[in-house]
Structures are given as structure tokens and as C-alpha cells.
Design a protein around this ligand. Structure first.
Ligand SMILES: NC(=O)c1ccc[n+]([C@@H]2O[C@H](COP(=O)([O-])OP(=O)(O)OC[C@H]3O[C@@H](n4cnc5c(N)ncnc54)[C@H](O)[C@@H]3O)[C@@H](O)[C@H]2O)c1
Length: 316
């Protein structure tokens, strides 16, 4: 099977490339290498790399020349705080970029896996049939893209599925996100900013589980626009997560309450129609902590990033 992984130099995309390698598949990775994409994330993997923008027409030439049969799209602007600070890139990459990939699917007839998020459902609990109710510019852009996937399936018979994972954590996650930020800031002796009262609930899943579940879907999907939620079934508040991290790290994670992020969802709470096992949260956090401890060379160059350094980085 000839597979292209868009955004394969990012956090989940690079874990997915590792999962494909385990299954004997050498994918083509197509990535623009934005601030979040790093070739270092693909160290020791077997792949062909092409630098390209999913918004660019050249993407079509690359997919045609490689005769791809399946395209998995992880390429996105993925950080909610950044979407509050500057929403425009979220529209061009997440919405227009997706439409460009869908146009390629229409032309070349490959099977398309669109990676969405649990955030499109907003705070209400539900399943794959629940309505879209996004709160942030990020989740609004993801929900818009999902609607275009549905429209292309219906109008042009594009063969596609939509996958909606919950909060991922694990090795190689950019330090702007909560778990790596908490680990790295604690290693550096800094406080960890907690938005609002810290009682927002998130549903956590270890990134290797997400990668495995998506890879399994390639065999069972019907490619008729069906939606698959991928939840870790492990809901914890941010304060509870910090407590678990302190236990795993064997040191206090020093917190500081700061202003809440505007539009902050109190919880995500989706169910899934799929059945699978996941890594227990504490075991996943331990593996994640050990990785950051052993790979300071990976995160040290990133600690001057505004979204790692500042307590309320969405403010200008
Ligand atoms: N991380 C999570 O907890 C989570 C949860 C649910 C869904 N998701 C979704 O999963 C996908 C991957 O998330 P992630 O956390 O790995 O993100 P990430 O920010 O770590 O990686 C995104 C990757 O996309 C690339 N990219 C960005 N814009 C591009 C463009 N225009 N053209 C080509 N490549 C581009 C970046 O260089 C980077 O390699 C995203 O669609 C995200 O919305 C993430």
C-alpha cells in the first residue's frame, strides 16, 4: 500500500510513521516544517520526505507522481492558544489546506483519512453522531474542515473517513502543549501556569495508542465519510493531571493560577463506537517523562517560544 502522511514531521504524525514502519510500510511524509514540524521527529524512521505545503497546488503533483493509494492528513495548525492569538493561519491550513487535499482525492481517487479532534463537539458529552459545537478559532477551523470532507463524500464520491482523537500526550509533543510544558518547566525549576480554576476536564490518550488505532482503521474503514472517535476513556482535570505528573516525576510540579483562556471549554467528553485497549494514563505519563528526561537536545532549542514561556500567551 502506497501511503502519504501529511504533517508526518509533527507530534502525532511522526508517531504514526513509526507505527507504519512497525507494520513494514515505508510512507511518503509530506510536511511544510512549520514551527511544529521537525525532521528530528522522524529520526530513525524509514520514510521518503518531501517538503510541501498542503495549501499548494504542487501537492497534487507529488501525490500523482507517487501514485498514492491512501493519504492520512495530520497537517494542521494545532494549538488553541495560537488560534486565539492569530486565527488566520488556522483558516488557510486547516480549512483551505483540507479542501486542496480533497480536490486531490477527487482527481486521483485515493482513500483519505482526515484527522479531526474531539474539540469540534464542544463541551457536551456525545458520540460520533453528536452535533458540531466548536468554541475556539482552532476547533471552528477543524469543524469547518470536517464539513467539507462530508460534502466531498456526498457530492463527489470521494472515499474518506473522519477520525476525532481526544487529547494526546507522549514523546515529541511541542512544548506549547500542557503535558510537555509541565514536564519541561518543572525540569527547569519554573512554575506551571494553570488556566482559570484548573478544573477543566480533558480525556487523555497516549500518542502510540492513537497511532495504532488509526492504522487499524485503514483495514476496517468503509470510506463512506464515516466518523470514528478515538478517546482514551481517561478523563482528568488539569489539577488532577498535575498531581499524577508530580507522582511520576517524583518532584512537586509547582503551579501558578493565571487568567483563564478565553472561550475555554470546561470539558471534552465523547464516546466511541470502536473497541480497543489503551495505555493507562500513569504508565503513559511515565514513558513521556522518561523521554523528555533523556532528550533534552530535542526540547532545549524550543524553550524561548512565546507559547512555552508566557503565562497567558494568547494576549499580544
Ligand atoms: N495533539 C493532540 O492532542 C490532538 C488531539 C486531537 C486531534 N489532533 C489533530 O491531530 C493532527 C496532528 O496534531 P499534532 O498534535 O501532531 O500537531 P503538530 O502541531 O505537532 O503537527 C502539525 C504538523 O503539520 C505540519 N504542517 C502545518 N501546516 C502545514 C501545511 N500548511 N502544510 C504541510 N504541513 C503543515 C507541521 O509542520 C507539523 O509537522 C492535527 O490535525 C490536530 O488538529 C491533535
Amino acid at each position: 500500500m502506497k501511503i502519504a502522511v501529511l504533517g508526518g514531521a509533527g507530534f502525532i504524525g511522526s508517531a504514526f510513521v513509526r507505527e507504519l514502519n512497525k507494520r513494514g510500510i515505508r510512507p511518503i511524509v509530506i510536511d511544510l516544517l512549520t514551527y511544529a514540524g521537525r525532521v528530528e521527529n522522524l529520526k530513525d524512521t524509514d520514510h521518503e520526505f518531501v517538503k510541501a505545503d498542503i495549501r499548494d497546488q504542487k501537492l497534487h503533483d507529488i501525490l500523482r507522481e507517487h501514485k498514492v493509494e491512501v493519504v492520512i492528513n495530520f497537517a494542521a495548525e494545532s494549538h488553541v492558544d495560537r488560534s486565539i492569538y492569530k486565527p488566520q493561519d488556522f483558516v488557510t491550513t486547516n480549512v483551505l489546506g483540507t479542501i486542496n487535499v480533497l480536490e486531490a482525492a477527487r482527481r486521483f481517487n485515493f482513500n483519505y483519512v482526515h484527522i479531526s479532534t474531539d474539540e469540534v463537539y464542544g463541551e457536551e458529552c456525545g458520540d460520533e453522531s453528536s452535533p458540531l459545537n466548536p468554541s475556539s478559532p482552532y476547533s471552528a477551523s477543524k469543524a469547518s474542515a470536517d464539513l467539507f470532507v462530508k460534502a466531498y463524500v456526498r457530492t463527489y464520491d470521494v472515499k474518506a473517513i473522519i477520525v476525532r482523537p481526544s487529547n494526546n500526550f507522549g514523546p515529541r509533543q511541542f512544548p506549547e502543549k500542557f503535558v510537555p510544558k509541565a514536564i519541561i518547566r518543572t525540569l527547569l525549576g519554573l512554575h506551571v501556569p494553570i488556566y482559570g480554576d484548573g478544573k477543566q476536564e480533558r480525556d487523555w490518550i497516549f500518542v502510540e495508542d492513537t497511532a495504532r488505532i488509526i492504522a487499524d482503521l485503514l483495514d476496517r474503514a468503509e470510506w463512506r465519510g464515516e466518523i470514528y472517535n478515538i478517546t482514551g476513556k481517561q478523563r482528568f482535570t488539569n489539577l488532577e493531571l498535575v498531581k499524577l505528573l508530580s507522582e511520576v516525576m517524583g518532584k512537586e510540579v509547582r503551579i501558578k493560577f493565571v487568567a483563564d483562556r478565553p472561550g475555554h471549554d470546561r470539558r471534552y467528553c465523547m464516546n466511541t463506537s470502536l473497541s480497543y485497549q489503551v495505555t493507562p494514563l500513569k504508565d503513559g505519563l511515565r514513558k513521556t517523562y522518561e523521554w523528555y528526561l533523556e532528550n533534552e537536545w530535542w526540547w532545549r532549542p524550543l524553550i524561548n517560544d512565546k507559547f512555552f514561556k508566557e503565562d497567558e500567551p494568547w494576549k499580544s
